[in-house]
Structures are given as structure tokens and as C-alpha cells.
Design a protein around this ligand. Structure first.
Ligand code: XUL
Ligand code: CO
Length: 438
């Protein structure tokens, strides 16, 4: 049975189109810097929000109309969802997807039962991937939903939970490898704490590093060559998440000698919860050679929690794509819509429309960002602003030829220092507007 057969495959109709089921800006094969738009953007569907998200919030029950979920048996439901997922991705021309183990198959009473369920569903997914050519961007394990993870997974004070988590990740890595996943993501889930009154933070963080090392060792053992990612998030579900932001994760990985084995999967709403902009987070990762992938969504700046909305803010998508292009693109990564439709957007067609809106916003952002880069708008300004480091004393500082004594000597009897110049922020913001509005 097909669930989206009343709507044709979504096509590009251009910015004048009023068809809600058409792309206005995303023209998949259009070349930008000699590369197809779709290969710059590598859009991915998040199985958890799109296939299993039901619209519950702390105040209310499910709202989503998902006719394919009418089946009562959990395994049957999981099988139907595979078909729906691929029908949906084909309709939109989404070439990638991402999942947690528990999104695709129900959890059994034992790990062995859960693994058997997974094997059945992975068979089906594998067939659909062959049929459609759709690829797995990354896999992951859900180490936060079940009550056993109440005190964390690899950072739980209970070693049995550490063991269970390891076994669960082992299987999730195996199925990711089997499905040729380009990556495997570790999002902290409940790896964090509420109060130091009951927490041995050092042991918990060291255990987290031990866990990641075991994953690296096991990947080598099974020949999994996908990229490992860590996804920073500052808070929620715990007050102090250990993977707070890019800077925290990078220093943690370096401390434990894991920085060559991981890159970052940076999520827009997590960046803003950490009081950073998304472009800051990406720039920091890229400057440290750790930009991996992007969880594309947006938060609501008036709310203090992770709303995971579809990205429609073109200002933000422009600056995100600017950083991605500036960093030379996403290699193994892509733009994964870790985004859910609003609780009140409950029809199945809202799912299509939300993805179209997100894809269009990113396509528009990509186009604008490529022009900004091509015209050297910000890059030329940077060159000019920092030019004092290309000659004279600045050059000597950069090439480590001078220390405090030489610098003292340089300024000691100088009556006038080189004049400071305007940072031109408003001018640059106005130019950015010109590029966005056209
Ligand atoms: C949670 C979140 C996760 C990860 C995968 O905020 O972003 O969905 O992306 O576990
Ligand atoms: Co995410």
C-alpha cells in the first residue's frame, strides 16, 4: 500500500510557484561551484521524527495522523514503516536517512530479542536501499529512552548499564556497517548529571572515554570504516551534558587521545541552546579539522528547550552553508533533518511540506552563501582586517620569531601605535542583507 500516492514526486518549479508540493529553490542538479546542489546538501531524513514521532509533549497526547501506524503489532508496524519511509524519501528525492536502533525495530524483553527484531527490519531496509539507491548517512543507538538509562548509559554509576550500553552499541555498529552507513553518531543522551552531591564526574567522564575507545577498537575489528561523530548538546535531558558544545567535545576528545577518531555532528538547535550561533560551532569544528555532519533544524529563541523545528530561517541557513562551503564541504556528512513537524501540523502531508520548506531554505542559503564566497565579501574583509600580521612585527609574531622582550623593545619608545580601524559590523550586515534579498 502507498501512502503518498496522491502527490507526484516533488519537483523544482522555481520561486514563483504557489504549489505547496513543489521546490521553490531546491534544484537538485543545478551546479554550484561545479558540484550538484544535492551533493553539497546531502539531505537526510531522521527516522525518529518523521517515521515514529507522534506529537506528544509533556502536556498532551499523540496528535499525529499516521495511517500506516494503525497496525497493532509492533513488528508489523515496523515493517510497514520501512515501506513508508522509502516511499516518502523517494517522493522528496531525499538520498540519505539516519536512525536509532529503536526507531526502526521494537525493543524486546532481552537484548537478544531486540537484536532479532533488528535483523528482520534491517533485511527489509537493505532491500529498499538496493531498490532505491537511498543511502544511510549514519546510524546510532538509543541509550536514553528505556528506564535502565535513568542515570546515564556509559556514565551510569551502575556497571551493568555500561555493559548493556556497550552491547547495544556493538549491535548498532554492526547493522550500520551492514547497511554501508557513512557514519555512526554518538549523541550523549543521558550522559551528564544533575548534582555533584551524588556524582563522581571524573569517573563518569573517564568511563565515557573508555566507552568511546572500545567503540573505536571494535570498529577496527569488524572493518567498519564509517566516520564516528559526537553530537554536542549543552542541556536536556540532564542539566550538565558532558558534550556541552564543540569546544568542550574537542578538548575532551584531545584529552583522551580520541581526536583523530571522531568528528562532530553539529545541530543548530543544540548550538543555540549552548548560547552559540550555529556558524560559530561549525567554524570552531572546521578550524580544528573536526567538522563532520550537520543536524539541520532550528530552535525557538524565545524557548529554552530543544524544539527541533524544521529549518526555515534563511539568514541562518545562509550562514550555516557559508561555513560549510568555507570549510570545503561536508565529506562523509550531510544535512540530516533532525526536525519534527509542530504538534499542530499533524497531517501526513505536513511531513512533506516541512521537508520541502527545509530543503528550500537550505538550497536558498547555499546559493546565497556561494555568491558571498565567490565575491569574497567576508573573506576579503578578513584579509584586510588582519593584514598587520602579514608584515613587520605581526609577521614576526605569527612566525614565532619574537617574545615578550622583543615586543617590549618594539613598543617601548613608540609614540604612536598603528591606528585601530572600524570593525564595520553594520556595513557587513547590510551587505549580507543585499545578498539575501537580492
Ligand atoms: C537529541 C538529538 C538526537 C541525536 C541522535 O537532541 O539531537 O536525536 O541527533 O541521537
Ligand atoms: Co540531533
Amino acid at each position: 500500500m502507498k501512502y503518498f500516492d496522491k502527490i507526484d514526486k516533488i519537483k523544482y518549479e522555481g520561486s514563483k510557484s504557489s504549489n505547496p508540493f513543489a521546490f521553490k529553490y531546491y534544484n537538485s542538479n543545478e551546479l554550484i561551484f561545479g558540484k550538484k546542489m544535492k551533493d553539497h546538501l546531502k539531505f537526510s531524513m531522521a527516522y525518529w521524527h518523521t517515521m515514529t514521532g507522534k506529537g506528544v509533549d509533556p502536556f498532551g497526547a499523540e496528535t499525529m495522523e499516521r495511517p500506516w501506524d494503525d497496525e497493532q503489532d509492533e513488528m508489523e508496524k515496523a515493517k510497514i514503516r520501512v515501506k513508508v519511509a522509502f516511499e516518502f524519501m523517494e517522493k522528496l528525492g531525499l538520498e540519505y536517512f539516519a536512525f536509532h536502533d529503536r526507531d526502526i525495530a521494537p525493543e524486546g524483553e532481552t537484548l537478544s530479542e531486540s537484536n532479532k527484531n533488528l535483523d528482520v527490519i534491517v533485511d527489509l531496509i537493505e532491500k529498499e536501499m538496493k531498490r532505491t539507491g537511498i543511502k544511510l548517512l549514519w546510524g546510532t543507538a538509543n541509550l536514553f529512552y528505556n528506564k535502565r538509562f535513568v542515570n546515564g548509559a556509559s556514565t551510569s554509576p551502575n556497571a551493568d548499564i555500561f555493559a548493556f550500553s556497550a552491547a547495544q552499541v556493538k549491535k548498532a555498529m554492526e547493522i550500520t556497517k551492514r547497511l554501508n552507513g557513512a557514519g555512526y553518531t554518538f549523541w550523549g543522551g543521558r550522559e551528564g548529571y544533575e548534582t555533584l552531591l551524588n556524582t563522581d564526574m571524573k569517573l563518569e567522564q573517564d568511563n565515557f572515554a573508555r566507552f568511546l575507545k572500545m567503540a573505536v577498537v571494535y570498529a577496527k575489528e569488524i572493518g567498519f570504516e564509517g566516520q564516528f561523530y559526537i553530537e554536542p548538546k549543552p542541556k536536556e535531558p540532564t542539566k550538565h551534558q558532558y558534550d556541552y558544545d564543540s569546544a568542550t567535545v574537542i578538548s575532551f576528545l584531545r584529552k583522551h587521545g580520541l581526536d583523530k577518531d571522531f568528528k562532530l555532528n553539529i545541530e543548530t538547535n543544540h548550538a543555540t541552546l549552548a548560547m552559540h550561533t550555529m556558524n560559530h560551532e561549525i567554524r570552531l569544528a572546521a578550524d580544528n579539522d573536526m567538522l563532520g555532519s550537520v543536524d539541520a533544524n532550528q530552535g525557538d529563541l524565545l524557548l529554552g528547550w530543544d524544539t527541533d523545528q524544521f529549518p526555515t530561517n534563511v539568514y541562518d541557513t545562509t550562514l550555516t552553508m557559508y561555513e560549510v562551503l568555507r570549510a570545503g564541504g561536508l565529506k562523509s556528512g550531510g544535512l540530516n533533518f533532525d526536525a519534527k513537524v509542530k504538534r499542530s501540523s499533524f497531517t501526513k502531508n505536513d511531513l512533506l511540506i516541512a521537508h520541502i520548506a527545509g530543503m528550500d531554505a537550505y538550497a536558498a542559503g547555499l546559493r546565497i552563501a556561494s555568491k558571498l564566497l565567490e565575491d569574497g565579501v567576508f573573506e576579503n574583509n578578513l584579509k584586510d582586517r588582519y593584514r598587520s600580521y602579514n608584515e613587520g612585527i605581526g609577521k614576526q609574531i605569527v612566525s614565532k620569531e619574537v617574545g615578550f622582550k622583543e615586543l617590549e623593545e618594539y613598543v617601548m619608545n613608540k609614540k604612536e601605535l598603528e591606528k585601530n580601524e572600524s570593525g564595520k559590523q553594520e556595513l557587513l550586515e547590510a551587505i549580507l542583507n543585499q545578498y539575501i534579498i537580492g
